[in-house]
Design a protein around this ligand. Structure first.
Ligand code: GAL
Ligand code: ZN
Length: 645
């Protein structure tokens, strides 16, 4: 279940055999390679040099390693860019980006699409039936470095065609976008510009459609590659490595074309970049925030329809965050086990050896640049040894479904209405509250069936489509909606019946006013659940329902109609904790508030407990529990696994 990312092209050939042997000895089974190697595979246009990759694959295969080949399209070579300068993307400020980093291409460029198809075809023809090649990764981290949205003339033309397909006639677009406002009326689709460089803010409906279009372009670019791989690499899987805290593309849509999802886990880098209170950032600087990796494991398991890999696992200090601390001893092992507990099929470390040159020379690997093993090597080895005696049971459906909508992130990015409003921030708050109660969570896209989930949380769903509405009506558990749910139509207008729009079918209430508040301005709410101080966002709701919580001026803050609940404010962690514990209790889910740095995750009958804190904690295991790993008292940065009776 372990693997590594390897770049034979960075190292003298004389070391390859030894590297491969040490990988196997360490207990690794998978190697991902090749994803940035275009210029070395095709040093001159049309002149392919497969010899080194042939040899690298043969060497790795000689040690019985299973290989995952990356298509090299994240890094078009210099000669290609010089031949077709138009493949370089244009940023929001209208600047043409240059060669010398990576991801320097536009997803709409016809020339680049052709070139990508050409190199992927050659690669797939050569290695699609290689006995050691078990699968392919398309490209690398689509959208990294802000590259989903390009503002070049080719994107403009493609966007106009996309709009014409969607709206049919331009008057439909004028109505959908409300172009009567500020004289924005268009006489034809070819008049529509890309929504950037406007003097005042661009029209939100225009922006939302452009974000949808840009995400669709990535999907169609990816699909071109998948089709080629399917044709020439029979029986091999196709995956892509998605990113953490990244919302510019819709991973659920893209993954429909993949066999499963993968993602790249860098808990320390993410924690430094997250909007956390400073004291929490410090507390978790060497461990990562305890929900950060788990959140993405659960998200990408959902994206992968139950299947995912961690394609890149942080092994030590990285090079790209504002600060790059060394993980606390034990954390690489803990992160690996945590991924497996959440259902990862494989965890691959990034990278085999720290490279002494170029952009990532400060990024640790399993080995040091002097070829000696680094700290993570020994932690990976320990996991490999522990795995030997264990046969991990398969996952069961989690008791809680969290409805996650990539389009919601776009809506709030376009129109936050309050500076701190963040979709991911709100989802993370809900997720963290559930995890603190020891509950396992499945992420589902809107419209997926909610049957069999005793508890469903919808942190916020501004756009409620017909399928989503149907799924909510078909839910058999409790369904909790957060603020701003049902607040927009799909073309970004306020629904005629007012928010929560079509949710009014089962939630008889109307949001008649909303306000955003500076962080320190808090409103008191109280009710049978307790007293809380809430800030950031508040709604005024007219409803025949008797509220469960009220603001101090008497307006309701939490409503319930049958099994549906609506929260008319940005919640605090305390309020969410109390509310979710109450709802879980009602549907018979056992919950307990876990100590601060402790998290649980079940895999079949096994319970995993992870200690992110600096002190030993007692595992919340029954007295007679049989421990498969660790013991009742879990040391700092360590774990325990027991079987539930
Ligand atoms: C990932 C990327 C890798 C490498 C790594 C460094 O985002 O896929 O190629 O750059 O980060 O942490
Ligand atoms: Zn473009």
């Amino acid at each position: 279940m372990l693997g590594v990312c390897y770049y034979p092209e960075h190292w003298p050939k004389v070391h390859w055999k030894e590297d491969a042997r040490r990988m196997r000895e360490l207990g690794l089974s998978y190697v991902r390679l090749g994803e940035f190697a275009w210029a070395l595979l095709e040093p001159e246009p049309g002149h392919l040099d497969w010899s080194w990759l042939d040899e690298a694959l043969a060497t790795l295969a000689g040690e019985e390693l299973k290989l995952v080949l990356g298509t090299p399209t994240a890094t078009p070579p210099k000669w290609l860019v010089d031949r077709y300068p138009e493949i370089l993307p244009v940023d929001r400020e209208g600047r043409r980006r240059s060669f010398g980093g990576r991801r320097h291409y536009c997803f709409s460029s016809p020339a680049y699409r052709e070139e990508a198809q050409r190199i992927v075809t050659l690669l797939a023809q050569r290695y699609g039936s290689h006995p050691a090649v078990v699968g392919f990764q398309t490209d690398n981290e689509y959208g990294c470095h802000g590259t989903v949205r390009c503002y070049c003339p080719r994107c403009r033309a493609a966007f106009q065609r996309w709009l014409a397909d969607r709206y049919g006639e331009v008057e439909a677009l004028n109505r959908a976008w409300g172009t009567a406002f500020w004289s924005q009326r268009y006489r034809g689709f070819t008049e529509v510009e890309l929504p950037h460089l406007t003097v005042a803010e661009a029209n939100p409906s225009h922006l939302l459609d452009y974000y949808r279009f840009a995400s669709d372009q990535v999907r169609s670019f990816n699909r071109l590659q998948v089709e080629i791989l399917r044709a020439h690499a029979p029986g091999r899987f196709v995956t892509h490595n998605f990113m953490g805290f990244f919302t510019d593309l819709d991973p659920f849509a893209l993954a429909q074309d993949l066999d499963f999802a993968s993602w790249d886990s860098y808990p320390l880098g993410f924690t430094d970049l997250m909007p956390l209170p400073p004291e929490e950032k410090l507390r978790y600087a060497r461990t990562g925030h305890p929900d950060v990796a788990a959140f993405h494991h659960d998200l990408y398991r959902g994206v992968g329809r139950g299947r995912f890999w961690v394609m890149e696992q942080q092994p030590g200090p990285v090079n790209w965050a504002p600060h790059n601390p060394s993980p606390a001893p034990g954390m690489v092992r803990l992160w690996t086990w945590e991924a497996l507990a959440h259902g990862a099929e494989v965890v691959a470390y990034f990278r085999w050896r720290q490279v002494p040159f170029a952009q990532e020379q400060m990024h640790a690997g399993l080995n040091r640049p002097d070829y000696a093993p680094d700290l993570a090597f020994f932690e990976a080895k320990k996991v490999a040894e522990e795995l030997e005696g264990l046969d991990l049971p398969s996952l069961r459906q989690s008791p809680v479904a969290l409805v996650y909508d990539p389009e919601a992130a776009w809506v709030y990015e376009i129109q936050p209405q309050g500076a701190e409003w963040s979709y991911l921030g709100l989802v993370y708050l809900f997720y963290g509250a559930l995890r603190r109660l020891g509950l396992d969570v499945d992420f589902l896209p809107p419209g997926a069936s909610l049957q069999g989930y005793p508890l469903v949380v919808v942190p916020s769903l501004p756009l409620v489509g017909g399928e989503a509405l149907k799924a909510f009506k078909g839910a058999d558990g409790l369904v909790l909606f957060g603020p701003r749910s049902g607040s927009k139509t799909k073309t970004f207008q306020i629904p005629p019946e007012l928010p929560p729009g079509s949710l009014q079918e089962f939630l008889p209430l109307k949001v008649v006013r909303v306000e955003s508040l500076p962080l320190d301005l808090r409103e008191r709410v109280e009710g049978s659940l307790g007293v809380y101080a809430l800030g950031l966002w508040r709604e005024w709701v007219e409803s025949p329902l008797e509220p469960l919580l009220r603001f101090s001026d008497g307006w309701g803050a939490l409503f319930r109609s049958g099994r549906y609940l609506y929260l008319a404010a940005w919640p605090s962690a305390e309020l969410l904790g109390a509310l979710l514990a109450l709802l879980a209790g009602e549907v018979g889910l056992p919950v307990r508030l876990l100590p601060e740095g402790l998290r649980l995750r079940r895999r079949g009958p096994w319970v995993f407990a992870f200690n992110y804190g600096p002190q030993a904690v007692e595992a919340p295991a029954p007295r007679e529990a049989r421990f498969l790993l660790g013991e009742r008292w879990i040391p700092p940065y360590d774990l325990a696994v027991w079987e539930e009776g």
